[in-house]
Design a protein around this ligand. Structure first.
Ligand code: SAH
Ligand code: MG
Length: 195
């Protein structure tokens, strides 16, 4: 992989206010992923491909990533980026709404990274649980959403997102098949290991 090109993608995304994964979140995910040496990762929310490209470093041999993005211009940019960085053969991008694409998938994944519309997190969880392998890990980024999720202030305009993020936390915490940690890293990261 061309790290220099990857750094350019990162800087451009930051300049354009694209909400790419934070360095500290990536570091924490690396620790978990090292343990399971994933062969297949599913990402929901590609943006310009930055996190997916970073994850290629954590893949086991012959590992591949599937990632879903609904904005056509972002898909186009992501495809250009993964070519420039030299990881195109490791990343497959599905263009479309994850709400429609996920139910059509039947591959199994060792890790799922949820990083798209917050109001859809409970639905994404349901699909992730269907697609995850035993001993797999489901991650959900932005789970604490600037602190709104854990505060009692709920008259915020992002009320629907907050309600759904709380619902996600409740479901992963109560599911007896999951061992979940909610980490205050970055914008909040939920880590759910399949027992
Ligand atoms: N994972 C990326 C950042 C993703 S930002 C990284 O860290 O580099 C969230 C992305 O999810 C946006 O590009 C947005 O267009 C996309 N998105 C939001 N809701 C979606 C949905 N329902 N289906 C597919 N993509 C979605
Ligand atoms: Mg995010």
């Amino acid at each position: 992989m061309n790290k220099n090109e990857l750094e350019k993608v990162k800087q451009k995304a930051l300049q354009n206010h694209i909400p790419i994964i934070m360095d500290e979140t990536l570091e924490v995910m690396e620790q978990y992923l090292k343990e399971i040496n994933p062969r297949r990762i599913l990402e929901i929310g590609t943006a310009v491909g930055y996190s997916a490209m970073c994850f290629t470093e954590f893949l086991g041999e012959d590992g591949k990533i599937d990632t879903i993005e609904r904005e056509a211009d972002r898909v186009k940019e992501a495809r250009e980026n993964i070519k420039k960085v030299g990881v195109a053969e490791k990343i497959n991008i599905y263009e479309g709404d994850a709400v429609e694409i996920l139910p059509t998938l039947n591959n199994k994944y060792d890790a799922v990274f949820i990083d798209a519309a917050k109001g859809k997190y409970p639905f994404f969880l349901k699909e992730a649980l269907r697609l995850i392998n035993p001993n797999g890990i489901i991650f959900a980024d932005n789970i604490l959403y600037k602190g709104y999720v854990m505060s009692d202030y709920n008259k915020h305009k992002q009320r629907t997102a907050v309600r759904n993020l709380r619902e996600y936390i409740k479901e992963v915490s109560e599911n007896p098949n999951l061992e979940t940690e909610i980490l205050e890293v970055g914008d909040g990261l939920a880590v759910s290991k399949i027992k």
